[in-house]
Structures are given as C-alpha cells and as structure tokens.
Write a protein that binds this ligand. Structure first.
Ligand code: ADP
Ligand code: ZN
Length: 517
C-alpha cells in the first residue's frame, strides 16, 4: 500500500494536506464509514480520490452535477489516473472507453449520476465490477427538506446494502438537522466517523450593525477602504444601481450587477472585477458563483442575507488569499419582515418552510448576538474550538441589561390587541400616544396604554427588533405583518425566563419623555 503522502505529491502534485484532509484520507483508506463536513473549496474531492487510488477495487462516486463530474474525471485523467463517468452527457465512445477500462480491471474511479441508480441494470453492473468504496459527494442532497433534494440519492442506502462496502460522504452543509438525515438515510442510522473542519476563516473580521442611515453606513465603510476590491450585496436590483451610483459619486470605481442585466454585460462586469484592482461591485446574490478573486478585501451586506448559510457563503468570498478582510452586515426590522414573508409566501412545503425559518433564526441570532460572532457562527456549523478576537463584539463587548420587563410590556401590548397590529401602532400604545387609530379602536383604555414611557419610539423599535431577532415574535403574513407571539415567548410571559437585551441600540438616542400629542 502506497503511503498517502507519496500519492499526494506524485499524483496530485500537492506538497501538503490541507487542514483536516489527512485524518479523513486515513479513515477512508482504512475502510471506515465516514461523513466529512468541509466548506466549499476546502478540498473534499481529494479525500475520496486519494483513498480510491490506494484501496483495491473501484470507487463509485455519486455526484449530482454532471459538469462537475466531467471536470473531475478530466483532471484525474490528466494526472494519469484511470477514471470515467457514466452520465447522460456521455458520447457512445466515452461510455465504451469506461466499459473497456472496467473490463480490464483498470478503472479506479467510476463517477455516476444518481439517476442511474434508479435502474436495476446499474445495480447488477455495479455488483460485478468489484466496487470497494462508495463516495457520495454533496451528501446533503438526501435531505428531503433541504434546497438540493435529489430523490435518487435515497437509493444510495440500498446500493450500499447490496454491495456491502463502506461509504464516504461529503458535504458543506452542516446544520444538525441535515446531518441527522444523512446519517439516517446513507448510513442506516449508525453514526459514521464524522469529521468537521475548516469552517473558520480567521482572517475575516465580522461586524453587524443595525440599519441607521443605511446608505451612509455603506458609503462610510467603503470610504474607509478606498482603492480596495469589495462587494456590496443588496436585496433588490434597483438598490444595486442606486448604490453603485452613490459610490461613484464618492469617487469610487463601482459597477452594479444583477440577474436582470443582459448576459454579456454581466460577464463584462465579472471579468473587470476579476482583473482590475479596487473595483466595487454592488450586486444581488446573483453575483459570486463564478467569481474566484483571491484579493477581495471586503464584503458588505446592505440588506440582511436570507439565511446563515447564505451569510457565510457571501462573506466567505472575501480574503481568499488569507490576508485580512473586513465584512459588515446591516440589518433592521424591515429585513426581518421581508425575509419572513419571502419564506411564508414561497411555494415550499410546510416542513421546508419551517427549516427555512430556522435558518433565518440562526442568522438573526447571530445578528443580535451578545457575545463573539465567530463563536456563534461556527457553533452553527458544529465547530466548537474557536478563538476569535476579530469581530465587533470581541472588539467592544456590548453592554447588556435584563430587558424582561420591557419585553413583557411589548408582549402584553401584542396580546391585548389580539395580535392584529404592527410595531408602529404597538409603540403608540406603549407610549400612550393619542392617534386616530388608537381612539377609533379604544386602545387608550387598555391597561398597557402608556406603560412604556421609559423609552422613546426608537428605543422601542430596538426592543421589537431584538424580540424578532430572538424569535419571540413574528410578523404574520396573513395579517399584513401584524406581530404574533411565538411559543418561545411563553416562558418570558410566565416569568420563567429572562431576556437579555443590548443596551447600545436602545440607548442610541437621548431619552426624551414620551410625546403626548
Ligand atoms: P470542494 O471541497 O469544494 O469539493 P475541491 O475538492 O474542488 O473543493 O478543492 C478545492 C481546490 O483546492 C481545488 O483546486 C484543489 O485542487 C485544491 N486542493 C485540494 N487539496 C489541496 C492540497 N492539499 N493542497 C493544495 N491544493 C489543494
Ligand atoms: Zn469574536
């Protein structure tokens, strides 16, 4: 058996393993069942390709993307490895070559598309060729409630039982729910050796800020980094255009980018960003897939991303070269409302919607975190040994206070008005304001009327935002976004739990007595 390090340099041309790779390669080579969770670009493919060369028999690789399979096969062939793919994209000649190599017992890696597993013929064929290992790329595709569900992935368990060989599964999606589904569906519920590594990007500095004067906040952030390449992500196409223009007016080199532009214009922008120094691209999430620029020095979110995974992926485009890079994510109650309604109004089945809410909650938890962002973020991915010192909260720990009383007042205003109103009206009630709406509804007779004069309007907005962030209340899409209490708020209401709130955003304005107009 050839030593892994020799194969690494002789075949793949790498001097050293990346963090985590060596342990995975060892376990896969040994024939353990393995689940490896690594971020995109972390070097997963090597973790099954290398063992495939050392182990006897054919390694069957199941991968959802034909283009990706073909790339890998091409790269392996160029490195002198006998690899082939059986996909619907094959020419007859390619397929014949694969069969010849299989018959001659030369083939080491056989890539197949999951659809193939649906035919009994494939199973018979795989039984005969001496499979020694099944490698599953993008293993989260077995997750029924994930975004990439591939029904044919459910046949992999069956395949494994028929062949009785180890499985090595790989994914970049690491939330606990998905992981459990992978263990259940691919490994028959028996936990494989699990590796999780490399999610930390220590050179990225993480900052969140509430939207105060959003445009100014972005301009300031970019202004402090003039001449550096950066990306600003926006929630709408229109905003990419106005913000790019605003940046140009401040003397920046800046272009917008979104899915509504014609393909040539988009490609030109990508190419310019790639080649030029100091260009800022203001974009929707359509920008980034094809971008592989190592020296992006900063990423800013003018609007809150849609989930914690999206956040991680988008900030992850900065600082690929390992040099320090900055990130800034702005968020406000409108973002939270928008993201919730996008999920609620989407066509996904209820279970998937619940999972999407959970992913959004994880991001909101991060936005409203009271301690280190990095620890909070990596915890989501299951990584626990984290040192930071590079986030806004480590730089300046926020002052927190027991906000239980304020939260209970707010909840009481919501409940006493039948969960039919939005933040603005609820705050009017808490402040004891005299408005037409209050008089019409008789809300000036509620016991909650005027009980919240210790804060002003903006401070109450911060309380409500943090309540949304902690998922104590949610806007109800069927009631024009009226706030509804969630089950999480019940213990607070019953005085069984306290809520810590951040002081800074609540003290942001001077305390004015409630205006009673
Ligand atoms: P992913 O985890 O997204 O599947 P890949 O397997 O495509 O990542 O690897 C990402 C890149 O890292 C590839 O260009 C690959 O050649 C490179 N790479 C993988 N392992 C190493 C290594 N040990 N040393 C240097 N480069 C590596
Ligand atoms: Zn930190």
């Amino acid at each position: 058996m050839q030593a892994a390090a020799t194969v690494l340099s002789d075949v793949f041309g790498f001097d050293a393993f990346r963090p985590g790779q060596e342990d995975i390669v060892e376990a896969v080579t040994r024939g353990d069942n393995v689940l490896a969770i690594m971020p995109t670009g972390g070097g997963k493919s090597l973790c099954f390709q290398l063992p495939a060369l050392i182990r006897s028999g054919v390694t069957v690789v199941i991968s959802p993307l034909i283009a990706l399979m073909r790339d890998q096969v091409r790269a392996l062939r160029e490195a002198g490895v006998e690899a082939g793919a059986l996909t619907s994209g094959n020419t007859e000649e390619e397929t014949a070559q694969v069969w010849d190599a299989l018959d001659a017992g030369r083939l080491k890696l056989l890539y197949i598309a999951p659809e193939r597993l649906a035919s009994g013929a494939a199973l018979g064929m795989l039984r005969q060729i001496g499979v020694g290992l099944i490698a599953v790329d993008e293993a989260h595709c077995v997750s029924q409630w994930g975004h990439d569900f591939r029904p044919d992935y459910l046949r992999i368990g069956e395949l494994q039982r028929a062949l009785d060989v180890p499985i090595a599964a790989f994914t970049a999606t690491a939330d606990a729910e998905t992981r459990n589904e992978i263990v259940e569906r691919l490994f028959g519920g028996v936990s494989p050796q699990t590796f999780l590594h490399g999610f930390d990007r220590p050179n990225l500095h993480l900052t969140f800020a509430t939207k105060d004067t959003p445009r100014k906040q972005i301009l300031q952030f970019a202004g402090a980094r003039k001449g550096q390449s950066g990306i600003v992500y926006c929630g709408t196409r229109a905003k990419t255009e106005t913000l790019a223009k605003a940046l140009r007016e401040e003397g920046h080199l800046s272009l917008h980018y979104h899915g509504g532009m014609d393909p040539q214009e988009r490609r030109d922008t990508e190419v310019r960003f790639q080649r030029e120094d100091g260009l800022i691209v203001v974009a929707t999430v359509a920008f980034g897939m094809g971008v592989d620029k190592p020296d992006i020095r900063w990423v800013a979110h003018a609007d809150l991303p849609k989930s914690i995974e999206a956040y991680y992926q988008e900030i992850g485009r900065a600082g690929r070269d390992g040099a320090p890079a900055e990130t800034l994510t702005l968020f406000g109650p409108d973002d939270i409302r928008l993201r919730r309604s996008q999920i609620d109004e989407g066509l996904a089945p209820p279970e998937r919607r619940a999972a999407d809410h959970a992913r959004l909650n994880a991001l909101l938890g991060l936005a409203e975190a009271l301690e280190c962002r990095r620890v909070n973020l990596l915890q989501y991915f299951g990584e626990t040994e984290v040192t930071c010192g590079k986030c806004d909260l480590c730089d300046t720990p926020p002052e927190v206070f027991d906000g239980t009383v304020a939260v209970r007042k707010a909840l009481s205003a919501i409940l006493r008005t039948g969960e039919w109103f939005g933040t603005g009206h609820l705050i009017d009630i808490l402040l004891g304001n005299d408005t037409d709406k209050i008089r019409e509804r008789g809300h000036d007779t509620l016991p909650t009327y005027g009980v919240g004069t210790e804060y002003d309007k903006r401070q109450w907005q911060a309380v409500f935002r943090q309540m949304m962030g902690h998922d104590l209340v949610r806007p109800n899409p069927e009631r024009h976004g009226a706030l509804t209490m969630t089950d999480r708020a019940r213990p607070v209401l019953r005085d069984e739990e306290t809520v810590q709130l951040r002081r800074d955003t609540i003290r942001a304005t001077s305390r004015r007595p409630a205006a009673k107009t």
